[in-house]
Write a protein that binds this ligand. Sequence first.
Ligand SMILES: [Zn+2]
Length: 158
Amino acid sequence: MAEAYGDWFSGYREDPRAYLERTFEEVAGYDEMIVLRDIEYESHCEHHMAPIIGRVHVGYLPDGKVVGISKLARVVETYARRFHKVQEKMTAQIAQCIQEVLHPLGVGVVVEGVHECMTTRGIHKRGVSMVTSKMLGSFREDARTRAEFLRFIESGRR
Ligand SMILES: [Zn+2]
């Protein structure tokens, strides 16, 4: 049990910012949106310590530098492996971390989560997932950028 808990909450031992510090500037002038979608995660709500299982989609518009794509998944994983009072907070933290460390022109984060504290107890509603989003910079200010990001996510629907 101690090992399982150590694994589920290992995010407290990691610094998500560190994953974004190593960047690549040789991008051959690439200045279009980069999207990593369907990043699976497992988290826990602070209120019930019940699992939250879902997917995160992250997009950003680089300003001259990019990160290795697995690093975005690492950032998601680090935040997921912490307690969350609300899914909105995890969503905002992921977006802010990318914005503050990578300084892109914009960031978009969409989080989908199935909260077991709602599906297996209380109101017992299965098949319900919560969707939250946080848009910063051009993703917030430019409707076309935001639409492009959402289209990228949609095109991955199975
Ligand atoms: Zn809960």
